[in-house]
Design a protein around this ligand. Structure first.
Ligand code: AMP
Length: 122
């Protein structure tokens, strides 16, 4: 899948639309989800043009991948999520309902998140 430079997160990275930023460094941007599913819901994205986790894990540089993992942990710590816990999720592709084709981690916290994944109602 080729990267679509008009996806919404690319527009956020270019400053064309605003975001509620919580973290930024040379390789990473994080912001609050516009439609939070939990009391705390942060999105973490690489600044590079990667479609998905699969794309990032295969094509990302060592520096980008290291920066991304370090940042994700720091963002959760700085958001006060350590004591009560949090969940990280990366929807990847059709069956996972990935809507935005720029790799992103969801970090969910702020309530009991239940056990793992609930399948859709039939
Ligand atoms: P996914 O289904 O994993 O691709 O998740 C995309 C996420 O992006 C959803 O949780 C949306 O609420 C979120 N989202 C979409 N547009 C924006 C935006 N402009 N600012 C912040 N979050 C957004």
């Amino acid at each position: 899948m080729t990267y679509d430079p008009d996806n919404i997160f690319a527009k956020i990275l270019r400053g064309e639309i605003p975001c509620d930023k919580v973290y930024e460094d040379d390789h990473v941007l994080a912001f609050n989800d516009i439609n939070p599913q939990t009391p705390k819901h942060i999105l973490v994205i690489p600044k590079g043009a990667y479609v998905s986790f699969d794309d990032f894990s295969e094509q990302g540089s060592e520096a980008e991948i290291a920066a991304f993992m370090r940042a994700a942990g720091k963002i959760a710590r700085d958001a006060g999520m350590i004591e009560s816990g949090y969940r990280i999720l990366a929807n990847t592709g059709r069956d996972a309902h990935q809507d935005v084709p720029h790799f992103h981690l969801h970090i969910f916290a702020g309530k009991n998140l239940g056990r793992m994944i609930k399948p859709p109602e039939k």
